[in-house]
Design a protein around this ligand. Structure first.
Ligand code: B12
Length: 136
């Protein structure tokens, strides 16, 4: 990623907005998340990467602090994907759900799961999230 980043980032691109991205609590997988992050950066988004094993509270606090219009969550384990629902519920409880659009991804997730947990979309890969953002 360190080698690819300078080649993928176009110089002087105006920011299209903040995009918070995180791998949810309990999950250490980040290869896919990092690919998505670099593609978003390349497309002109200001990516705030919270890293891996990110607690629900930390994600909520970042949404509050950054006032980012977009949040992306990654999970590769069937045991951790439920954390995405926890984030959506907490955002609703704090009256923030309508402030942020949520994309989820990771091998065990699906559009059906996204609908169930109340995210805005499931993305199969980094190209899908760019298509979704373009259509948003
Ligand atoms: C690499 C890997 C690891 C590495 C992770 C290294 C790292 N830095 O990420 C290591 C060795 C650390 C690891 C550990 C474990 N792993 Co693992 N791992 C994998 C493996 C082989 C590949 C995952 C990967 O990187 N794929 C490549 C990337 C590019 O694809 P991707 O993640 O799917 O991402 C793409 C899309 O999903 C999407 N996407 C992903 N995230 C997001 C987010 C957003 C916002 C968007 C829009 C899109 C998006 O876009 C990405 C780019 O195209 C998978 C098997 C598999 N086939 O998936 C198992 C797998 C996920 N691991 C598994 C397991 C069980 C574990 C361990 C529990 C093993 C153990 N007993 O210790 C631990 C868990 C550690 C933890 N707490 O997280 C299981 C999960 C099973 C399950 N049903 O939950 C899998 C499926 C293997 C298996 N078949 O059993 N693992």
């Amino acid at each position: 990623m360190d080698i690819l980043t300078p080649h993928l980032l176009k110089a002087g691109v105006e920011s299209k907005g903040k995009f918070i991205i995180a791998t949810v609590a309990g999950d250490l997988h980040d290869i896919g998340k990092n690919i998505v992050a670099i593609m978003l950066k390349g497309a002109g988004y200001e990516v705030i990467d919270l890293g891996v094993d990110v607690s629900t509270d930390k994600i909520i606090n970042a949404v509050k602090k950054e006032k980012a219009p977009f949040l992306g969550m990654s999970a590769l384990l069937t045991t951790t994907m439920r954390k995405m629902e926890e984030v959506v519920i907490q955002l609703k409880e704090e009256g923030l759900r309508n402030e942020v659009r949520i994309a989820i991804g990771g091998a065990p997730t699906s559009q059906e799961f996204s609908d169930k947990v109340g995210a805005d979309t499931h993305c199969i890969d980094a190209f899908a999230v760019l298509d979704w953002l373009k259509a948003s």
